[in-house]
Design a protein around this ligand. Structure first.
Ligand code: UDP
Length: 417
């Protein structure tokens, strides 16, 4: 039987995504771990304990355990302080493994650079290959910063470079990310594997738009523009507010029908809280059209997507953008920034519209082109469902397992070289 140690230091797969440090990475880990377990693979996910109430081990799903590692104080430790706790975390991981027979795990898969640092040592100690998924890269993020956003520190860049050099296999979401790893981080192209992320096609299905609207207190003829995600500068929910204001300047008659829904919780630094966005809505004179909802999960989230005329993903950078796929799977076209993995997640002119840059005028035009042209919107909506169906977590899991097998070959070659 195969056993995989998954490292997720800074955020737990048990958390609700859409706020704080929990986002697409959490979804990715939960979806792939549960599918590996269904294929008879044992998965243990190591994450930092953030409350004294947490049991040392919890079952996420049959065959998937979450191990809570004590490393530093439970509460009040920010992500930026975690590098100081990596030694304690690594000690906890190594101790847990030492209770088993030698050779317990077959592969270690780290997510995000902090986990990569832990995986590096685990690889050495256990004699197993390290597979690493970066999820985001500091050099890419720093080259695409939102105005007034805080750049990622050099410490992270160096840490990422080290993990790239040590890992036996690097998993990239798209060809673009694979190229970034090679060009910016000097990764060996033979050690980079592109694994497209998936979407939960059982949960995110097209459905009755009016029923979804009724559940959310929206009217059938409202024009609903929706943002779903963590509220942080990189995700640029402010761009949607600016474009909505621009839309109203161009067509004041829309005011009665326009609704901008912002779904998600605060995260990180900068324009981070719904309060700051509320203030911006006030400055733009659109408070009456903007609604905020806390992070939603499961069927509630599917309803949010179905209720929207369009889902906007205006991010300054996005290594993939799961929200874009989820919205399309629900039959909602997406207007997205043409950055990072979004041109893969959205087919420009087919399942949605890609916009270059973040100019509110260009964004207002793109949003108008979808929401004010029902026949065109309908065509995009149909194609969106088809496009989303090309992705699935089962396929992601197949590719990851192929990546694990390649990583074992790479590892063996290196050890016996
Ligand atoms: N999400 C959620 N509830 C929310 C907002 C977001 O469950 O209210 C989830 C969303 O379904 C998606 C993930 O958070 O799967 C965000 O992933 P994405 O790749 O879009 O962005 P990331 O957070 O990784 O930057």
């Amino acid at each position: 039987m195969m056993r995989v140690a998954v490292l997720s230091v800074h955020t737990s797969p048990l958390e609700q995504p859409g706020t704080g440090d929990a986002g697409g990475m959490n979804v990715y880990i939960v979806q792939t771990a549960t599918r590996m377990a269904r294929r008879g693979i044992e998965v243990e996910i190591f994450t930092r304990a953030t409350s004294s109430d947490l049991p040392p081990v919890a079952e996420l799903a049959p065959g998937v355990k979450v191990r809570h590692v004590v490393a530093g104080p439970f509460e009040g430790l920010g992500k930026e302080e975690l590098p100081g706790q990596l030694c304690a975390f690594t000690a906890g991981v190594l101790r847990a493994e030492a209770r088993h027979e030698p050779g317990h795990y077959d592969v270690v898969h780290s997510h995000y650079w902090l986990s990569g640092q832990v995986g590096w040592l685990a690889r050495e100690r256990w004699g197993v290959p390290l597979v690493h998924t970066a999820h985001t890269l500091a050099k890419v993020k720093n080259a695409n910063l939102a105005l007034r956003d805080t750049p990622e520190p050099r410490m992270r860049v160096i840490g990422e470079e080290q993990v790239v050099a040590e890992a036996d296999m690097l998993v990239a979401n798209t060809d673009v990310e694979a190229a970034e790893l090679v060009k910016l981080y000097d990764a060996d192209p033979a050690k980079v594997q592109v694994v497209p992320p998936g979407v939960d096609l059982d949960l995110f299905t097209p459905g009755d738009r009016d029923a979804a609207r009724a559940a959310l207190g929206l009217r059938p003829d409202d024009l609903v523009l929706t943002f779903v995600g963590r509220i942080q500068p990189l995700k640029a929910p402010d761009v949607l507010l600016h474009s909505a204001a621009e839309l109203l300047r161009r067509a004041p008659g829309l005011r009665e029908r326009l609704v901008v829904q912002v779904v998600g919780g605060p995260s990180g630094t900068g324009v981070k809280t719904p309060e700051e966005l509320k203030r911006l809505a006030g400055e733009l004179g659109i408070t009456d059209v903007v609604r905020f909802l806390p992070p939603q999960g499961g069927e509630h989230l599917a309803r949010v997507y179905r209720a929207a005329d369009v889902v906007a993903v205006p991010s300054h950078n996005e290594s993939f953008g799961l929200v874009a796929l989820e919205a399309q799977a629900c039959g909602t076209p997406v207007v997205a920034a043409a950055v990072g993995g979004l041109p893969v997640a959205v087919r420009d002119g087919v399942s949605g519209v890609l916009v270059d840059g973040h100019d509110p005028v260009a964004w207002a035009r793109a949003l108008e082109s979808v929401v004010l042209h029902p026949a065109h919107r309908e065509e995009l909506a149909v194609n969106a469902v088809g496009h989303a169906r090309r992705f699935s977590w089962d396929r992601t899991t197949d590719s990851l397992l192929a990546g694990y097998a390649r990583a074992r070959d790479v590892f063996r070659e290196e050890v016996f070289a």
